[in-house]
Write a protein that binds this ligand. Structure first.
Ligand SMILES: Cc1ncc(COP(=O)(O)O)c(C=O)c1O
Length: 447
């Protein structure tokens, strides 16, 4: 059936039925599979033996590039030395070392790290810490959580409740009670074809004052936003927006959570977007890039006063009734330590920062191609909105996924009718040119 099955070199499975694929068009995939069997540096290898340039860093996570030797070795060595250690009431040294390293990268007094295994778990952890913090601080009435339209915070019930992607919410019931949403910061009429952070839109943060006016600050626990909304198509924050949110949260005693699952570890040229924007949130959710996607890991960096508020009462008693069997898994910790060392040794965040201008020039060069209705760039992330086919939203985008994979030899993330570019941070200008050229080819092919 597929070209993969016909491969002379790599056997693809001949029964694709049992695996229910996540966030995938299962039936279309199984008719024409896109099977990946190898990866090195900037490239994947498909099951029919082609080298595909990775324009997506896997799924926004392989920031150090694929198959990097120091990370591979660290994982292999750790698997041989100690496979697992229970994280409840016991420790493994690398968990403490990694927490120290991550905390050192975070701004201000964000100096304690709670480990989870994914972005979704990181988000639910942060929301729970926010609720519990107010509880232990004598403000237990603060139970409302505020997200944002077009936000993505993973797929846990907490995350979809504060999230703002309709398809991820509408079939799963009402979600958490007491959730409200800020408006999206995206407005095509005001912002189309902006490089970096748009000038228009900081005033949208003032909507938080209206939400406070409606519910009263004494009922609101936290606001959670992505500094740059990634999954709904690279929406950089309007200039001054995050600063305003911080000021309003401070005024009302509301915690501010940055979901940096995508923006953490170099995507915007800094360890965290909080640093790029000079805004210190109360918690930062991270995942993906912390291990460069090699072993699942997520977590939350928490400000000292929040952590310290829990450290009272009898010392033999658990302070926070939360955690995962695989929190701070030894393989993930080993991978994380090796990954952070590689980022530092190769100055990959600085490299991303230095590439940003050339990357923006190249991607904005796609303006004028058929159906291109907006382009946004920030850091090493870009999105190209294509006009949907009348009556069939997402169909042009799906064709682009097929075109890039099967004919342009490129792995590209497409969300709806939006093409997204987020290469590993080891990309060179030549890689960027190649990615943009192939993107142009795909845009023409699906016109
Ligand atoms: C901002 C943000 N939060 C949370 C998540 C969920 O992460 P995971 O898929 O690891 O659960 C993602 C995933 O893309 C994300 O972009």
């Amino acid at each position: 059936m597929s070209s993969a099955a016909a491969s002379p070199t790599v056997l693809a499975p001949n029964d694709l039925e049992a695996y229910w694929m996540p966030f995938s068009a299962n039936r279309a995939f199984k008719k024409e599979p896109r099977m990946l069997v190898g990866a090195k540096d900037m490239h994947y290898v498909s099951s029919d033996g082609r080298r595909l340039i990775d324009a997506a860093a896997g799924l926004w996570c392989v920031n150090a590039g694929h198959g990097r030797e120091p990370i591979v070795r660290a994982i292999q060595d750790q698997a041989a030395e100690m496979d697992f250690a229970p994280p409840f009431q016991f420790g493994n040294p690398k968990a403490f070392q990694l927490a120290t390293r991550v905390a050192a990268l975070a701004p201000g007094d964000l100096d304690h790290v709670f480990f989870a295994n994914s972005g979704s778990e990181a988000v639910d952890t942060a929301l729970k810490i926010a609720l519990a913090y107010h509880n232990v601080s004598g403000q237990g009435a603060r139970q409302r959580l505020i997200g944002r339209v077009r936000g993505y915070h993973g797929v846990g019930f907490g995350g979809i409740s504060v999230g703002g992607m309709v398809a991820n919410r509408k079939t799963f019931g009402p979600g958490l009670a007491g959730v409200d949403h800020l408006p999206t910061t995206y407005n095509r009429a005001e912002q189309a074809f902006t490089r970096g952070e748009p000038e228009w839109g900081a005033h949208l943060a003032d909507e938080l004052e209206n939400i406070v006016g409606l519910h009263d600050a004494s009922t609101i626990a936290a606001v959670i936003v992505e500094p740059m909304a990634g999954s709904t198509g690279v929406l950089p924050p309007p200039r001054g927006y995050l600063q305003k949110l911080r000021a309003i949260c401070d005024k009302h005693g509301i915690l501010l959570i940055f979901d940096e699952v995508i923006t953490g570890f170099g995507r915007l040229g800094y360890a965290f977007a909080a640093e790029r924007y000079g805004v210190v949130p109360d918690m930062i959710c991270f995942a993906k890039g912390v291990t460069s996607g090699t072993v699942p890991m997520g977590g939350v960096v928490v400000r000292k006063p929040i952590h310290d508020a829990f450290m009272k009462g009898p010392e033999h008693v658990v302070e926070l009734f939360h955690g995962y069997t695989y929190s701070a898994h030894p393989l993930a910790c080993a991978a994380g330590l090796a990954t952070l060392a590689l980022y530092e040794d190769e100055d990959l965040f600085g490299h991303a920062r230095r590439l940003e201008d050339g990357f923006a020039d190249a991607v904005h060069g796609l303006k004028g191609l058929p159906n291109v209705v907006d382009i946004r760039t920030v850091g090493l992330a870009a999105a190209i909105d294509l006009a949907p086919i009348d009556g069939a939203p997402g169909k042009r985008g799906y064709a682009a996924t097929q075109e890039t994979f099967h004919r342009q030899d490129m792995l590209m993330r497409v969300a709806g009718d939006t093409l997204v570019i987020s290469p590993p941070l080891i990309a060179t200008p030549a890689h960027i040119d190649e990615i943009v050229e192939k993107t142009a080819g795909a845009i023409r092919a699906v016109a």
